[in-house]
Ligand binder design. Sequence first.
Ligand SMILES: [Zn+2]
Length: 200
Amino acid sequence: MRALARRAAAGRRDRTLGAMSARSIPGSSGTVRPVRLWGDPVLREPAAEVTVFDAGLARLVEDMFATMYAADGVGLAAPQIGTALRVFVYDCPDDEELRHLGHVVNPRLVEAGGVTVTGSEGCLSLPGIDAATPRFDETVVEGVDVHGHPVRVAGTGFFARCLQHECVHLDGGLFTDRLTGLRKRRALRAARRAPWSQVR
Ligand SMILES: [Zn+2]
């Protein structure tokens, strides 16, 4: 998911970096890979469960962080770099500007609730396209990390939006699927007319 401009500029509290050594900064050993764009069939494939927890998986996560940071994203799913596996990464603020940083392998959206909030949302696979998109305000995702250890990630506000957005990617969905009516027509027309679009 793409960062909101006002959020990218805002100061963030940070509970993650202080505890990490320079060596463990996510993405620092990764390769920036091309982001697959709307119209690419890999974005519409349901991604496969990860069954092998090896160096290749760790490299994939590193490449995903490097690619997400290079593209000014707050979340990225593996199919967006052409790998149809159930993995996503995030470095995303919530509505209190608290930063959340991590990755989830084989994520399951185990809770999605609270009020439905319609807020601005964009995707690295549809550059320049934003639309007011309805999402639940509270989300819990469970899965494992690159070593196969269980993780549970709870989010509210903008971070809950991000977690839902990335889970949907792994089922071949896009945020534009959540839109209806005029809002949907406008977003898809803008995407078709975008300079990067392969879809006419
Ligand atoms: Zn996206």
